[in-house]
Design a protein around this ligand. Structure first.
Ligand code: ZN
Length: 140
């Protein structure tokens, strides 16, 4: 299997069987956003434990890129500190912008690296990061 095929398979798997999809009873932060160009919508709910993201869940509608990105990014940041989460978000945004990135740090998020070849889809892939960023700003 080529790397491209593996990446496609990861995206399809997370689109069909998303991780962290649903609601949290008493979230500390909530945020939502949309990408009208494609019709993507993502909402996130977070629970903090000190400086750590104890839990994160999302709901959404839209294309396979936007929804798999939400699944992949929530998986990547769950249990991480805010600082670690910011680093992952920056690396991920850099990857989508075509810059060098730390593949080890991004893990399965690297599956979305080919999206940079399709500028119209970059907004799909970055919606979750924008929503997450808004949620993190609610952290006191
Ligand atoms: Zn989309």
């Amino acid at each position: 299997m080529s790397l491209e095929e593996l990446f496609k398979e990861i995206i399809i798997e997370h689109y069909q069987h998303p991780k962290n999809q649903g609601h949290i009873d008493h979230p500390d932060a909530t945020s939502d956003g949309s990408n009208p160009l494609c019709g993507d919508e993502i909402a996130m709910e977070l629970v903090f434990d000190g400086n750590r993201i104890k839990n994160v869940m999302f709901t959404g509608n839209g294309c396979s890129i936007s929804q798999s990105a939400a699944s992949l990014i929530t998986e990547a940041i769950k249990g991480k500190t805010i600082e670690e989460t910011r680093t992952i978000m920056d690396e991920y945004k850099g990857m989508l912008a075509g810059r060098e990135y730390n593949a080890e740090l991004l893990g399965d998020l690297e599956a979305l690296s080919d999206v940079k070849k399709y500028p119209a889809r970059v907004k799909c892939a970055s919606l979750s990061v924008a929503v997450l960023d808004q949620a993190l700003q609610q952290k006191k």
